[in-house]
Write a protein that binds this ligand. Structure first.
Ligand SMILES: Cc1cc2nc3c(=O)[nH]c(=O)nc-3n(C[C@H](O)[C@H](O)[C@H](O)COP(=O)(O)O)c2cc1C
Length: 189
């Protein structure tokens, strides 16, 4: 059976080094119930979890604390395939109890560019420019991540895969059952 995990890996491989293949639209639910969507960079896997990063001061952190259910829309231009991945999102921060998650957070921190790392001591995202940042120089890649650095882990529960190259188009729904087993079924596009 073709799994959503193998489909994702194949799509990432097909897009090669194109950074756009790692730009994903992440939808959250705001505190007032309104949808909120933004682009984030895919940063790899943690078991079945999909990794992203954010400043802890950003709105999306407040959203997932209130409502962890989120959805991603991910379009791969090279293959003309879309994955919509829904599940619960968890923020891994400095005092997250699980040491394996904290280690993964530190690993991902090391992979970030200086420009991205500098943002974590800058001003609070979404606030007026006259509100001060945390100050200090860019936190080094080989040091401890700052408290403002969150690793976001999406634990998928449903994956909706659409392929536009075949005619007719193809669509497959993947869902996980209570025992953690994934099931796939083809549906009309
Ligand atoms: C190509 C691209 C990649 C981005 N990657 C990230 C990212 O990995 N993490 C992130 O928090 N914001 C990223 N952003 C900025 C977000 O889209 C968004 O503006 C910011 O996170 C604030 O969103 P929020 O207020 O809803 O939390 C990216 C923006 C673009 C255009």
């Amino acid at each position: 059976m073709v799994t959503w995990q193998s489909t994702l890996e194949a799509n990432l491989a097909a897009d090669g080094d194109d950074p756009a293949a790692r730009w994903v639209q992440l939808a959250t639910v705001g505190l007032d119930g309104a949808p909120a969507v933004r682009t984030v960079v895919y940063r790899g896997r943690f078991g079945e979890g999909l990794l992203f990063t954010s400043d802890t001061r950003a709105a999306k952190l407040r959203h997932i604390a209130h409502e962890p259910r989120v959805e991603l829309a991910w379009y791969f231009a090279a293959t003309r395939q879309q994955l919509r991945i829904a599940g619960k999102m968890e923020a891994v921060v400095g005092d997250t109890p699980d040491p394996a998650k904290r280690r993964r957070r530190a690993e991902v921190w090391k992979t970030l560019s200086g420009e991205v790392r500098a943002g974590f001591v800058g001003g609070p995202p979404g606030r007026p420019l006259d509100e001060p940042g945390l100050g200090g120089s860019t936190p080094p890649a080989d040091g401890a991540p700052p408290l403002t650095f969150a690793l976001l882990v999406l634990w998928p529960e449903r994956v909706d895969h659409v392929e536009l190259k075949p005619s007719p188009h193809q669509r497959t729904l993947h869902a996980v059952d209570a025992a953690g087993r994934w099931h796939a079924r083809a549906v009309h596009p």
